[in-house]
Design a protein around this ligand. Structure first.
Ligand SMILES: C[S@@+](CC[C@H](N)C(=O)[O-])C[C@H]1O[C@@H](n2cnc3c(N)ncnc32)[C@H](O)[C@@H]1O
Length: 336
């Protein structure tokens, strides 16, 4: 494994400075992909004109948003201020979505501070014409916490729909075989065992996702420099379940470009944005790198190696994990 990672790019000012001249987008600009029609905008998600201009009249069938959570690894502001900020990008999302569409939002809950902003965000969602559908929890292998509390290993995912939204149940099946036996039901005059009745030999993910490995530096999909990357598997599950083939998926918080890459792999068009030109560039390069090599990320190398071969600040083992007081649980492998 190549050992040439980048540190967190939001906090390492001198590394950012070296990368910025290699970023193709300036604030306000939108990159249009000549091959598949994806778009990456260097725009503020709360800027209504910028979002409208990126959409160019296209209506998305699905939005997947993963905003900064207002806790631990991100800048923290007053909860009211954070909620007002969310209200603005939610309004822009509503305008960009088709009448029949789905909206998924990743969020955190600060256990040290009344679980903000999760309850406030759920109440905020009542202002919008979305119907709540599911409250999903994804289990992380790596968590944060102290010896005096339960380790925080959950990721919250809220699912809403509007109108008659698409849903493909096939996407819900995991690759975990069904093993539970001994449950019977009378069907007509026949007594059937659980497995005889089931539509698949695999279990459904349900609203607690335990089968997804968190991204870390040994995984091919790792994008070093990014500090909040979601696993491709969970984003692909959402897209396959809630966006018809060929439709448009919106993600206003691109970061490492996971939604962009997932859309490319699954035959959907992605319109994505990030306020930071560095993350826009990384997202675009990740797509290009995939097209050139078939790789999902750079593992423990990075996206700017051609121009800046000596950029990395330290070796992987010395790079602090993104959360303070972190404890690694089963970082070397998935739970299964
Ligand atoms: C949690 S990360 C998203 C992670 C992404 N799902 C992935 O898998 O890589 C949040 C991103 O939102 C971006 N961001 C923060 N404020 C923004 C805003 N007002 N408009 C657009 N992007 C913003 C940050 O630069 C950061 O890259």
């Amino acid at each position: 494994m190549k050992n040439n990672p980048l540190p967190r790019l939001d906090t390492e000012a001198c590394i950012r400075e070296q990368i910025l001249p290699h970023c193709r987008l300036n604030p306000g600009e939108v990159w249009v992909d000549a091959k598949s029609g994806h778009r990456v905008g260097c725009i503020d998600a709360t800027d209504a004109n910028a979002v409208t201009s990126m959409m160019q009249g296209t209506q998305a069938s699905l939005a997947i948003h993963d905003p900064p959570y207002n806790l631990v690894a991100f800048d923290v502001r007053n909860t009211d201020e954070y909620i007002n900020w969310c209200r603005r990008w939610l309004a822009n999302t509503l305008s960009a979505l088709a009448c029949d569409s789905s909206l998924y939002i990743w969020l955190g809950a600060d256990q040290q501070n009344s679980f903000q902003p999760l309850p406030e965000f759920m109440i905020l969602m009542r202002e919008f014409p979305f119907k709540s559908r599911s409250f999903i929890t994804m289990r992380n292998q790596r968590g944060y916490g102290t010896q005096k509390n339960w380790m925080a290993i959950r990721q919250e995912l809220l699912y809403y729909t509007r109108g008659n939204a698409y849903f493909d149940i096939q996407a819900e099946y995991t690759d975990i075989p069904k093993v539970l036996r001994g449950y019977y039901k009378e069907i007509g005059d026949k007594r059937q065992e659980n497995l005889e009745r089931s539509k698949s030999e695999f279990i459904r993910a349900g609203n607690v996702w335990v089968d997804i490995q968190q991204v870390f530096y040994r995984m091919e999909e790792n994008v070093s420099g990014c500090y909040a990357q979601k696993p491709l598997k969970c984003i692909e599950r959402i897209i396959e379940a809630s966006a018809p083939q060929g439709s448009c998926v919106l993600d206003l918080f691109a970061h490492s470009g996971t939604t962009l890459l997932a859309c490319e792999r699954l035959g959907r068009t992605c319109f994505t944005a990030d306020i930071d030109p560095v993350f826009c560039e990384i997202a675009i390069r990740r797509l290009e790198h995939f097209r050139d090599t078939g790789h999902l990320g750079w593992q423990n190398a990075h996206a700017f190696e051609k121009e800046l071969p000596n950029l990395s600040a330290s070796i992987a083992e010395n790079i602090p994990l993104p959360f303070p007081e972190i404890e690694e649980e089963t970082i070397q492998g998935s739970l299964f």
